[in-house]
Design a binder for this molecule. Structure first.
Ligand SMILES: Nc1ncnc2c1ncn2[C@@H]1O[C@H](COP(=O)(O)OP(=O)(O)OP(=O)(O)O)[C@@H](O)[C@H]1O
Ligand SMILES: [Mg+2]
Length: 353
């Protein structure tokens, strides 16, 4: 069930058109990630859902109720939208205890003191903070502060939980853990959660559905495996993954790309022309392998360098003006090797002249 429906939201700030007709839905019990480069409009879109921005156009429904309808002049304030918000900075009150921070939203909503106390205790317990209710934010670690911020958003039992880069202030290890436990929490609570992130690993690992934004417009959406494995546009293909990006001339119905001293077979993607002097091929680095004998989809390449990455080696390979990066378990001599580039993983995007 879609607990959040966003239709054709337009937002102009000053003279800049920031959201250009954003539409998406987010389901109950699922995590939807808004992913995009810095400045693509993720925070602005989240703030529009929260009621912290006043879009010039569009309609937003939360749990079946319209909270924004520009045509009808309707725009409910944040506290009447049934949302919980977690900011990147956590935004805890420094002079209030953990319990008072969490209780604050209930007080604003006139929840009776006894009920408030019980709900605060329950929520703190659920996130493993039951013993810290009397502390002040400065007496907590970053990870604990983040949990308090999430408690504060959950305590009024929102229909939709909105989180803006909730993991970016944590160190790398805590971040990996938080991906897991936040996902588990949302699935257990069965609420609709929208998380903003610029980190593709986070979006892919945490969400059920990824919404990719580019310059204030949604360019693709789908489950993580689909958006990673079948990008619809060159932008989506390049934004996700670690890639070999090749430029060359495209021929043979878009299935061949060639540069100086090399030719690769591939699969045409997107709506471009069947041939073009100017095309781009994207190959995920993990799809390129090094072999020691010729075979289908293999071409001879020179190893220019082997770079140690800790858990594996990176090979820098060259042929004519073709440069490829591949990974493997052991260093390679500066010699000739066979490089396997399966044609179904060579995504060719021909550009119109
Ligand atoms: N109050 C404002 N006035 C004018 N322009 C703004 C304002 N707030 C944001 N912008 C612009 O809107 C665009 C989108 O900003 P937004 O903060 O939504 O991006 P973002 O995708 O969240 O980026 P980041 O990953 O850096 O947080 C940017 O170009 C930004 O400069
Ligand atoms: Mg942002």
């Amino acid at each position: 069930m879609a607990d959040l429906i966003v239709r054709d939201v337009h937002q102009t700030l000053g003279t800049v058109h920031i959201l250009k007709g954003a539409s998406f839905t987010a389901e109950r019990g699922r995590i939807t990630a808004l992913l995009g480069a810095s400045g693509s409009g993720k925070t602005t879109l989240l703030r529009a859902v929260a009621g912290l921005e006043q879009p010039q156009g569009g309609r937003i429904e939360i749990a079946g109720q319209a909270v924004l309808d520009s045509a009808a002049g309707l725009a409910l304030p944040p506290e009447r939208r049934g949302i919980g918000l977690v900011f990147q900075s956590y935004a805890l009150w420094p002079h209030k205890t953990v319990a008072d921070n969490v209780a604050y939203g209930l007080k604003l909503r006139n929840v009776p003191a006894a009920e408030s106390k019980q709900r605060v205790a329950e929520t703190l317990d659920r996130l493993g903070l039951g013993h810290l209710g009397g502390r002040f934010p400065y007496q907590l670690s970053g990870g604990q502060q983040q949990r308090v911020a999430i408690c504060r958003a959950l305590v009024y039992r929102p229909k939709v939980l909105l989180m803006d880069e909730p993991l970016s202030n944590l160190d790398a290890k805590l971040r990996e853990e938080a991906r897991y436990w936040i996902r588990k929490l949302i699935l257990d609570l069965e609420i609709c959660c929208v998380i903003v992130t610029h980190d593709q690993g986070e979006a892919l690992a945490m969400s059920d559905n990824v919404i990719l934004l580019q310059n204030g417009a949604i360019v693709q959406e789908g489950p993580p495996q689909q958006i990673y494995g079948s990008p619809a546009t060159l932008y989506a293909a390049e934004f996700l993954g670690t890639n070999n990006v090749l430029r060359g001339a495209v021929s043979d119905g878009g299935t061949m790309i060639a540069g100086e001293g090399w030719t690769l077979r591939g699969t045409k993607q997107g709506a471009g022309p069947a041939s073009s002097s100017n095309g781009t091929a994207i190959i995920r680095v993990e799809r390129v392998a090094v072999a020691d004998a010729p075979g289908p989809d293999r071409l001879p390449m020179q190893v220019e360098a082997s770079v140690f990455l800790g858990d594996r080696w990176e090979y820098r390979l060259a042929r004519g003006n073709l440069r490829l990066v591949a990974h493997g378990p052991a260093p390679l001599e500066q010699s000739e090797v066979w490089c396997e580039v399966p044609s179904r993983h060579v995504w060719i995007f021909p550009q119109a002249a």
